[in-house]
Design a protein. Structure first.
Length: 440
């Protein structure tokens, strides 16, 4: 991946793929829906649309190519740190037609820059080869954010996609996999588009542990609900107990019980909760409570990454559970190809060397870990990507959901959020230290 022509083609491809998805997410609703705020947790879709292009302008047109701002007056409107999401509808936002015109103006200029910029021997402000990948990932991350907004939006479905293939199920799979103790390489110094928080590669010694072969399913989670899990304070961290009491929470977000049956709303469609699918839209507190109820715990972030990347045969850390090749549809459920996770046990070709499945794609997996810098961390290219979020307030999620594009997904990729969040495409799997507790 150091060949500049290959990087240029990959950047063009990543930018084009991201823009097609942005168009899909913003062309399927009318101007009223684009400018409306569907939830105080989210921006109006038209804010994301122009924010994507404002970042692209700042990093590629200005920082890499050295040009003046195209519209300096709008930078502050699209600065995520100046304006929290709840207040964004009150800003002087570009109207949908203006936002689209701005987006295509910026993209036209940026493609020109991509053609003419040497992708080796980076410029002082930002390394050009990295910057194109960062901008493509940023757009895809906001595409996932916009998909969350679509899920929160009321009214008939605006998005449609085929369901995932049925998959082989879990009958022939062990419930858990033993990951042997010892050192492994966590993080990366080699991936050209890895973000600052994934760097640098370093050695961690991880004691032996067991981890679930597949993510926790709706069926398993229903047993926790049926057993009174939401009414038993023993399982809950104090802040989690306070949250479920204050808001009357008794099931994952978007679920409701009707006539003895659990239903869920999914992108405008109400349907029975499928028992074989990984559970989605749970907070860190719900994941943590379930794990305690099951006599287990959430994996730490380093356990998760060791399960996903460590190859006991070579002692090496792989880019993905299946090896070093980029993801294909046989490996994982990524890229909003389906508007839901695939049944547990799917994608045998995507399993890790030890046999753990669906680590990449389907649902983001909560880990027990706080979001912290790796030893040797250096903020790059701006402190507000990761550094300002480090600390005990944010929990790490790993693996990526069905709404994550391959360009923003690696065995090393780290996501984070507040432990109360449930609108994100979050699920989990459980673990236990070797030699402790009983297999469930
Ligand atoms: C990494 C998903 C937490 O959406 O807040 C987008 C990604 N950073 N624009 C977020 C991000 C700046 C970020 N997350
Ligand atoms: Fe952003």
């Amino acid at each position: 991946m150091t060949d500049p022509e290959k990087l240029r083609r990959r950047a063009l491809d990543a930018l084009t793929t991201a823009r097609a998805r942005t168009a899909l997410l913003t062309d399927c609703v009318d101007d009223g829906e684009l400018t409306a705020q569907h939830s105080p947790l989210m921006s109006p879709l038209v804010w994301d649309l122009a924010h994507i292009s404002n970042q692209e302008e700042q990093w590629l047109w200005r920082a890499v190519a050295g040009h003046e701002a195209l519209r300096p007056e709008i930078d502050s409107v699209y600065d995520a740190f100046e304006h929290p999401r709840a207040t964004r509808p009150t800003l002087p936002l570009l109207a949908p037609a203006e936002a689209r015109a701005y987006a295509s103006d910026v993209r036209g200029r940026v493609l020109d820059v991509l053609e003419r910029t040497p992708l080796e021997g980076g410029r002082p402000l930002v390394d050009a080869a990295f910057a194109f990948g960062m901008v493509a990932q940023h757009e895809q991350q906001h595409d996932e954010t916009m998909l969350i907004t679509h899920q929160l939006r009321r009214g008939p479905a605006a998005l449609h996609a085929p369901g995932p293939p049925p998959g082989p199920g879990t009958a022939d799979l062990p419930a858990e996999v033993l990951v042997p103790g010892g050192p492994f390489t966590m993080g990366t110094s080699a991936e050209p588009w890895a973000l600052d928080n994934e760097r640098p590669a370093h050695t961690r010694v991880v004691p032996a542990f067991f981890i679930d072969t597949v993510p926790v399913t709706n069926g398993a989670y229903l047993a926790f609900i049926a057993d009174g899990g939401y009414d038993d304070e023993r399982w809950w961290a104090p802040e989690g107990w306070a949250q479920i009491r204050a808001h009357g929470i008794g099931a994952p977000l978007f679920w409701r019980r009707e006539g003895g049956q659990w239903l869920r709303r999914r992108f405008g469609v109400v349907e029975p909760v499928p028992e074989d699918e990984p559970v989605l839209h749970v907070s860190w507190y719900e994941a943590d409570a379930y794990a305690r109820w099951a006599g287990r715990r959430l994996p730490t972030e380093e356990e998760w990454e060791k399960a996903a990347r460590h190859d006991p045969a070579s002692g090496r850390s792989l880019r993905y559970p299946w090896g070093d090749d980029d993801p294909t549809p046989e490996h994982a459920n990524l890229g909003q190809r389906h508007l839901r996770p695939a049944p547990a046990g799917s994608y045998p070709a995507g399993r890790s060397p030890l046999g753990v499945r669906q680590l990449i794609g389907d649902v983001w997996e909560w880990t027990s870990s706080d979001f912290l810098p790796y030893p040797g961390f250096a903020a790059f290219p701006y402190r507000e990507y990761s550094e300002v979020f480090f600390g005990p307030g944010h929990k790490v999620l790993r693996g990526g959901s069905f709404a994550v594009d391959a360009v923003a997904c690696r065995g090393t990729f780290r996501n984070w959020d507040l432990p109360v969040r449930r609108q994100i495409f979050s699920g989990f799997r459980t673990a236990r230290s070797a030699g402790e507790g009983a297999a469930v």
